[in-house]
Ligand binder design. Sequence first.
Ligand SMILES: NC(=O)c1ccc[n+]([C@@H]2O[C@H](COP(=O)([O-])OP(=O)(O)OC[C@H]3O[C@@H](n4cnc5c(N)ncnc54)[C@H](O)[C@@H]3O)[C@@H](O)[C@H]2O)c1
Ligand SMILES: O=S(=O)(O)c1ccc(CO)cc1
Length: 486
Amino acid sequence: MSVTTGGDMPYRAPRLFIGGAWRAGSAETRNPVINPATEAVLDELTHASPRDLDDALAAVARGFKVWRATPAAARQRVLLQGVQNLRAQREAIARLLTLEQGKPLAQARMEVDTAADMVQWYAEQARRVYGRILPAPQPGADYEVRKEPVGPCLLMSPWNVPVILAARKLGGALAAGCSCILKPPEETPASVAKMVECFIEAGAPDGVINLVFGVPQRVSSHLIASDVIRKISFTGSVAVGQGLAGLAAPGLKRLTLELGGHSPVIVFDDADVDAVARQLVVAKFRNAGQLCHAPTRFFVQKGAYARFVDTFAAAASQLRVGDGMAEGTDMGPLANGRRLSAIRELVAATRADGTVVTGGERVGDTGYFHQPTVFADVSPDAKAMRDEPFGPVALIRAFDTPAQAIELANATRYGLGSYVFTDSARLQRQMITELEVGSVAINSTVVTVAEAPFGGVRDSGYGYESGEEGLDSYLHTKFVNRNHSA
Ligand SMILES: NC(=O)c1ccc[n+]([C@@H]2O[C@H](COP(=O)([O-])OP(=O)(O)OC[C@H]3O[C@@H](n4cnc5c(N)ncnc54)[C@H](O)[C@@H]3O)[C@@H](O)[C@H]2O)c1
Ligand SMILES: O=S(=O)(O)c1ccc(CO)cc1
């Protein structure tokens, strides 16, 4: 049986792409790709064997030699053509994404748009990787600072926003002149492979982009152990990030880790409470809450608290939960069975530490659906206030003073996004200064854009993606002392 994507195209799990050719993975392991809305098996994904991985390493090393010598303007042309292809494939990719990940089709389309925008920014920046000349103290000499691609990269991206997160890594690496082996999530492989195809068809030379799937731990340990790989970029959980840092340590490989978050929202009394609550419901439940920077802990000043809880819960309860392919769905299922179990456990445990004002239950018994769930008066000691929910659960608590809000907001080991709602310049400044996070949105729910760095502190990881800092993470800096008189 084959599942159609809504057009004429049947769903097919992708193959590997190594050294310029597609091939089935030759490992004995495989995994089913499951539609989270129906639990139906869409197809089986073949895995890379150690031999496939060795071929990918040889290919990415060859690809690097070609790509680093390709002028920036030519690299830019390939990337911009890839972006154009991506936009042309928007509907096909969005449908694959909804089928294998569950998000509503409108959000899947937006994901393709954002991915295209992020790669476009990197492509435009590819011709602006400047070095500099410094005055040298001796006559007849120049001090020169050059930026060069760091080398073949291993890029590993997760299943929550698979197209954006893979495209952002790919765009940065390719713009900088690096070749790459991309290992997307095995649970949502087809949407990412179709995105990758756009850049292959745009003319990326053989070996510059390689695509592998497998048992994640086996793939990462095999590839990171190789001298060929000079940089690793990973988005995923803290535990896996810590393990990868250990694997990268012996080779002193560069590492960008974009890990979890438990983003605080601070709403002061002067905010337009109803409008802010409704805006936050959209941000909170987008992608069924499975975003590393999703707003999760809502701290609301006492004067605005009751009204905020009422408006937020009412808006959350009106969200239509269903198959992402169905017209009118606001929130799809969780992406996999592990997430549904984790959210059910979290909700059960939090009942003792707060009041459920809406939601709290699984929806139906087929598909990984869960109600948008809102807890009020949540104890700061609740486990849920420490551990990242990564799902459709909002935790609300009142605060009195700005200092209390800061103390509550900084009380996790994460430090990724944060959101502040107030028109007071004094409070805005205090929050910007005292929040221990990678980004602060003031009167906005947007913390990640193509032109600005996105990264975290503490358990949220290190390094940046997007913006100049994102591009710089694929470059190393070489100092040249050029003596003309010798
Ligand atoms: N930062 C993010 O955007 C993001 C995305 C997905 C998951 N997560 C975190 O992960 C938690 C659980 O998700 P999960 O059940 O998929 O957990 P997980 O830790 O098993 O997997 C997370 C991602 O890492 C990959 N992965 C796992 N082990 C790996 C390894 N040894 N080497 C390389 N890649 C590896 C997986 O393929 C997956 O894409 C979530 O609660 C959330 O905290 C974060
Ligand atoms: O869709 S985005 O807002 O660009 C985005 C960026 C990062 C992450 C990490 O989970 C998710 C979504």
